[in-house]
Design a protein around this ligand. Structure first.
Ligand code: AMP
Ligand code: GLY
Length: 438
C-alpha cells in the first residue's frame, strides 16, 4: 500500500518512521516533509493546507491511506474532500476538527456533556471581556477562539496582563479572525499530562500516557514554545486517574460528539490538568501531539497502519489491544538559538550519525533541510532526540548522551526532560486493554 503523510515536523517524522515498519506499506510519501523524513519517504512539495494539491496528488499516486499530522489540514476539511473521492484518510472531518479549531465549540461541548473543565465565559465584545476581568480578577486565562499556532492562550497573572491579552486578540487582531471571540476562564493549578486516544466513534484505544514540556527553560521557566520535550509513560497518570479521565472526559466527549451528529474518527488528544479536585480538561486537540508522539511511538509495538486502517473502516472493535514496550522513552528537543523568538536558519548540524548509531536512540527531525550530504537547520525546533531505557532515569541518561553528540551553532535544549517523572511515585497505567465508550 502507498501511504501519504501530511506535515513537516518531528511528529510527522515519528509517524513516517513508525509507518515504515509496517508490512502493509510499499511506499511512503510526505507532503511537504523535512530533511530527515526524506531518508524514509519521498518528500513532495505540497503545503499542508493545499487541499486541492493534496487531493490531486493522492488520486494520481493511488494513495491507499493518507495520515494527517497538523490541525490546519483537518480544519480546512481535507478529510471531507478525500472521502468524497472514497480515498481512505486518518483524521476527523471538518465538523470534528472544530473541537480544536474553535475553543468556544469545545468548551460548549464540555459544558453540555458535563466534562470537568475550568469555569469560563465567552465574549465577542472586547469591552465586555475587560469588564468581566475587572469584576473577577486575576489570575485568569484568556483564550482566542480559533487556531493561533499554539499561541492563542495567555495565562495572565494580573488583570492588566489579561486585559492586554484581550486587546491584542480582539482589537489588534494578532491572530486575525481567530480572535473574533475570546474565552476567559479560571486558572487551574496542577501537573499537566497528555492523554491521546484513537477512536472510530464506537471504540476507543488509548495510547500510552505522556507529558509535554511547553516552557523554553529548565524548571518550566521562560516563554511557551511548541514543546521542548516529552516523556512516556507519565507515572502521574495512575490507573485510578486514567479511569477517571476515561469515564469523565473521553467517553463523555465521544458520546457527546455522537449525539451532536459528529462521526469522529482519528486521534483525540486531551490536555489534562491534574488538580487537587481531580482531572480537568484544558483542551482537545484533534491530532497527534508534538512532541508527545516522538516519545510514544518508539514504545508502540503494534502495527500503526493496521490501527489507522481499522479506524477508517469503523472496525476498531476487531483489534483486541495494542502491544507496548514497557520501557520508558524520553524525547529532548534541540532548538535554534533565539527560539521561541527570532532565530537564524541554515546552520550545519554535526554529530547526527554518531547519535543515531547508539542503541535505542532515534533522532527525529523537525526543522531541518538536507543539502546533498549534510543537514542544516531550517526551523525553530530542529531535532527531537529520543532514547529508550528500562527506567525513566535510564532513558534520560541515554537521551542526553545522544544529545551530547549533536551540535549546531546556537543549539539549546532543556536539560530536565523527565525530571518530574523521576520524583513522581505513581505507577503509570498500562494501556493494554481496549476500552469501549459504553
Ligand atoms: P491550550 O492550548 O488550551 O492547551 O493551552 C496551552 C497551555 O495553557 C496549557 O498547556 C496550559 O499550560 C495552559 N492553560 C490552558 N488553560 C489553562 C487553565 N484554565 N489554567 C491554567 N493553565 C491553562
Ligand atoms: N504538545 C502539545 C500539542 O501538540 O499541542
Amino acid at each position: 500500500m502507498r501511504i501519504l503523510v501530511i506535515g513537516s515536523g518531528g511528529r510527522e517524522h515519528a509517524l513516517v518512521w513508525k509507518i515504515a515498519q509496517s508490512k502493509l506499506v510499499d511506499k511512503i510519501f510526505c507532503a511537504p516533509g523535512n530533511g530527515g523524513i526524506s531518508k524514509q519517504a519521498e518528500c513532495v512539495d505540497i503545503k499542508a493546507d493545499d487541499i486541492k494539491g493534496l487531493l490531486d496528488f493522492a488520486k494520481k499516486e493511488k494513495i491507499g491511506l493518507t495520515v494527517v499530522g497538523p490541525e490546519v489540514t483537518l480544519a480546512a476539511g481535507l478529510v471531507d474532500e478525500f472521502m468524497n473521492y472514497r480515498l481512505k484518510v486518518f483524521g476527523p472531518d471538518k465538523k470534528g476538527a472544530r473541537l480544536e479549531a474553535s475553543k468556544v465549540f469545545a468548551k460548549e461541548l464540555m459544558a453540555k456533556y458535563n466534562i470537568p473543565t475550568a469555569s469560563f465565559k465567552i465574549f465577542d465584545v472586547a469591552s465586555q471581556a475587560k469588564a468581566h476581568i475587572d469584576k473577577t480578577g486575576a489570575p485568569c486565562v484568556v483564550k482566542a477562539d480559533g487556531l493561533a499556532q499554539g499561541k492563542g492562550v495567555i495565562v495572565a497573572k494580573t488583570t492588566a496582563e489579561a486585559k492586554q491579552a484581550v486587546e491584542s486578540i480582539m482589537e489588534d487582531k494578532i491572530f486575525g479572525d481567530s480572535g473574533n471571540r475570546v474565552i476567559i476562564e479560571d486558572c487551574l493549578e496542577g501537573q499537566e499530562a497528555s492523554i491521546i486516544v484513537i477512536t472510530d466513534s464506537q471504540e476507543v484505544i488509548p495510547l500510552a500516557s505522556s507529558q509535554d514540556h511547553k516552557r523554553v527553560f529548565d524548571g518550566d521557566k521562560g516563554n511557551n514554545t511548541g514543546g521542548m520535550g516529552a516523556y512516556s509513560p507519565a507515572p502521574v497518570v495512575t490507573k485510578e486517574l486514567f479511569d477517571q479521565i476515561k469515564h469523565k472526559i473521553i467517553y463523555r466527549a465521544i458520546g457527546g460528539l455522537v449525539k451532536e451528529g459528529i462521526d469522529y474518527k482519528g486521534v483525540l488528544y486531551a490536555g489534562i490538568m491534574i488538580t487537587k479536585d481531580g482531572p480537568q480538561l484544558l483542551e482537545f486537540n484533534v491530532r497527534f501531539g508534538d512532541p508527545e508522539t516522538q516519545a510514544i511511538l518508539p514504545r508502540l509495538k503494534s502495527d500503526l497502519v493496521e490501527v489507522m486502517l481499522a479506524v477508517t473502516e469503523s472496525g476498531l472493535a476487531r483489534l483486541r489491544s495494542l502491544s507496548w514496550d514497557s520501557r520508558a522513552c524520553i524525547c529532548a528537543v534541540c532548538a535554534s538559538g533565539g527560539y521561541p523568538g527570532d532565530y537564524e536558519k541554515g546552520k550545519e548540524i554535526f554529530g547526527l550519525e554518531e547519535a543515531e548509531e547508539m542503541e535505542d536512540v532515534v533522532v527525529f527531525h523537525a526543522g531541518t533541510k538536507r543539502l546533498s550530504d549534510k543537514y542544516v537547520t531550517n526551523g525553530g525546533r530542529v531535532l527531537g532526540v529520543t532514547g529508550l531505557g528500562n527506567s525513566i532515569k535510564e532513558a534520560v541518561n541515554k537521551t542526553y548522551q545522544a544529545v551530547g553528540k549533536i551540535h549546531f551553532e546556537g543549539m539549546h535544549y532543556r536539560k530536565d526532560i523527565g525530571n518530574k517523572a523521576l520524583i513522581s511515585s505513581g505507577t503509570p497505567f498500562q494501556p493494554k486493554l481496549r476500552v469501549s465508550p459504553k
